[in-house]
Design a protein around this ligand. Sequence first.
Ligand code: HEM
Length: 404
Amino acid sequence: MAETLRLESWSTAREALRHRDLRQGLYDEGRALMDGVIVNLHGAPHTERRRLENRLFRRDTFAYWERELIPTLLEESLATHRGDGADVDIVPVVRHAMLRLAASVAGLDIGSDTADFLRLAGLMTRLAAASTVVHATGDKSAIVADGLAALDEVRSTYLAPAWARRESLIREIRAERRPESDLPRDILTVLLAAREEHGMPTDVIEREVAYFPWVGSHSTSVALVHALHHCFEHDAERPGTLQTLVSEPDTLQRFVHESLRLHPASPQSVRCAVAHGQLPTGDRFAAGDTIVIDMVAANRDTSVFGDDADTFDPMRTVIDGAAPWGLTFGSGFHACLGQELAGGLPPGQSDGDRLLGAITVMISSLLAKGARRSSLYPPVRDERTTRPTWRTYHVVFDQQGNPR
Ligand code: HEM
């Protein structure tokens, strides 16, 4: 009979994430939306897909986005969501700023019509809920059915025109009527251009392109709000912290990495054994077994992160070979493609541009405008999922734009 193995230590968790005989198992309940999507592929098909898409995730592009694009997207999103009152819920502000970026990485052409964009954002929320239905607290079959209806709408309204435009560009380039540089750099284009060679069915391309906008925006915005919360808490205990964080981006990035460690996007990773095997730590598994990796426990393993691993200490040091964010971006062949975009790299780890990451860049911008927690609308936890996230988090801005 198939068994379930639970892993809690950092080293077993890491080895399991990297084990070639363990396939992705987190999206089995949401397979109607996730079948054939990169994070759900295994073995050679996964390696091939990753090789195709990896070329879009370049450090020089991320550096440009950090400098030029992300601050502008944040400003635009703030302008959309700021009403007449002093308060603004920062969750949709950040989610939508990242959604514009992630939608363009995916290859959806979003114009300047705000209503059209907000409609896409609503569809992405439904897709995210259905794809991660394993963690839902509500009626799971209704959530999946709703996700499939949202995918239909994404397909007809956003994907179809983007698809037609790219196919026509690819035809013209192949006929040498246009230079190759006219091609957009996005997932949809890469997949359409490689389609014949890799025999990729239409529905797989559709699901893959629909995956990127929500995975890029939801995980980043959830992580950002957790980190912002820690900044406010720290400031309450040590007044003056917020000023320091505005003037010291390296320190702010440490806050972000420490928060990422304490709050992995998914509290558990799940893998299914495709063959009999063993982890280097001695744990054995048989084909068909389920491996549940407790990411929260692994990221608080005292042998790696110290005796006070449960507490928030942005200045902590970790053992060689471990990242300050723990396993929050995964490890091995499924490791997050957007890791450096969202989290940057610690000082000294990138050869060229210093990458702070979208989360640090956006928090820095918000704090520089004097963002602080609203006393009128306290933050509210999201009870619709077992993933610990904030449903709303209202902030106000200091009139002068100065941090307190
Ligand atoms: C704080 C933000 C983020 C967190 C915490 C996060 C976390 C993760 C984790 C844990 C995985 C591995 C899943 C597994 O092993 O089962 C993953 C995979 C992935 N992430 Fe992220 N992610 C973030 C942001 C992003 C962004 C911004 C993008 C793209 C725009 C992105 C794209 C992907 C993709 C494509 C994969 C699948 C890679 C593969 O299977 O080869 N992520 N992410």
